[in-house]
Design a protein around this ligand. Structure first.
Ligand SMILES: [Zn+2]
Length: 345
């Protein structure tokens, strides 16, 4: 998580002629602000996420692509982090009439469902006033991410129940329809060799059917009352991804695969120019030749960005969202002068 990885996302979106969701985890936000900064009460993670949001807002206008600014898993202990960001959005809203962030996830899947829903209701009331979307989680995403290790959880916790998704729908809908549900259907964070957990996207279809039955005449025409989120998209089979989209998934998270693509870009760069990267002066072309243009970090980071743009192009294809903005072949322009919301005021 850096301005470099954000720029790779924006470049990929422009190339794909499509919008993108850029999301910050708490650890990623802290990293964005700088790991040397004191993070007591998540101060560094709050400041880092705000700083990243301004970077995205400023640069997205230059690339000409719409971006949804989202924050990822926020467990109960991390709520002060989201409180800081919602306050930042409230301040921003007063000036610009729109929030700083578009969407936040609150992940209380570790808590009893009543508590999970109650806290989500409070945040949904506060956030929906500014048009901010709430993503909530039911059930446990397996694997390990951002220091949270769920790799030993019992298998039944990895699949959400239709009754629970219905309960969430019934309780949140009267407040606002600006919510999505990260229901789990065997999702795993990270990429592992094939194991015991299997993706079962049909769980989402069953939940939609169950809720439609309960809603009767009030069920929406497309029979997909719930907007679902797919966690752990990395390493997933394209048929599972597209099946899940058919059942109402509107967002898929991908992290591990882009961590790999970023690293792979650096790895390949090092392999290609290895002999030019060992000393400041002296390479196969001569003992006096300077190596500055190889070890300048921008060179290896740009290789990382290009490899990430390539990986994201594959995701756009998997998610069936290539060429939907109608920007055509025109390249990104550099818009001069501050525009609405573009720069801090
Ligand atoms: Zn996740």
């Amino acid at each position: 998580m850096s301005s470099s990885s954000i720029n790779a996302c924006l470049e990929a979106a422009r190339k794909a002629d499509a919008p993108i969701i850029i999301q910050f985890s708490s650890g990623g936000s802290q990293f964005y602000g700088g790991k040397g900064l004191d993070n007591t009460n998540y101060r560094a993670a709050i400041a880092g996420a705000v700083s990243g949001a301004f970077h995205v807002r400023t640069m997205a206008e230059q690339y000409g692509v719409p971006v949804i600014l989202h924050t990822d898993h926020c467990a109960k202990s991390l709520l002060p982090w989201i409180d800081g960001l919602v306050s930042a959005s409230e301040r921003y809203f007063k000036v610009h009439g729109e929030p700083l962030f578009s969407s936040h996830m609150i992940d209380l899947s570790e808590e009893p469902i009543e508590e999970n829903i109650d806290i989500c209701k409070d945040y949904l009331s506060r956030m929906s006033k500014m048009g901010i979307l709430l993503e909530m989680e039911l059930g446990i995403t397996g694997g390990e991410e951002d220091g949270v290790d769920n790799s030993d959880r019992p298998i039944e916790d990895l699949y959400s129940k239709p009754e629970e998704i219905h309960q969430v729908y019934e309780e949140l809908m009267p407040i606002s329809n600006l919510f999505t549900v990260a229901a789990v259907f065997g999702n795993v964070h990270g990429v592992y060799s094939p194991g015991n957990v299997k993706l079962e996207p049909k769980i989402l279809a069953r939940a939609q059917e169950y809720i439609c039955e309960k809603l009767g005449d009030k069920a929406p025409e497309d029979k997909k009352p719930v907007l679902f989120v797919f966690h752990g998209g990395s390493g997933s089979d394209v048929t599972d991804i597209q099946e899940a989209i058919g059942y109402g998934v509107i967002k898929m998270n991908i992290d591990t695969d882009t961590q790999w693509s970023y690293w792979e870009g650096i790895k390949n760069f090092e392999a290609k120019y290895h002999d030019y990267l060992q000393t400041q002066i002296g390479n196969p072309d001569g003992p006096d030749k300077p190596n500055k243009k190889y070890y300048d970090p921008r060179e290896s980071m740009r290789a990382a960005e290009l490899q990430t743009v390539k990986r994201l192009e594959q995701s756009y294809e998997d998610l069936k969202c290539l060429n939907i903005l109608g920007l055509g072949e025109t390249s990104a322009e550099n818009v001069l002068g501050p525009r609405r919301g573009g720069l801090p005021v």
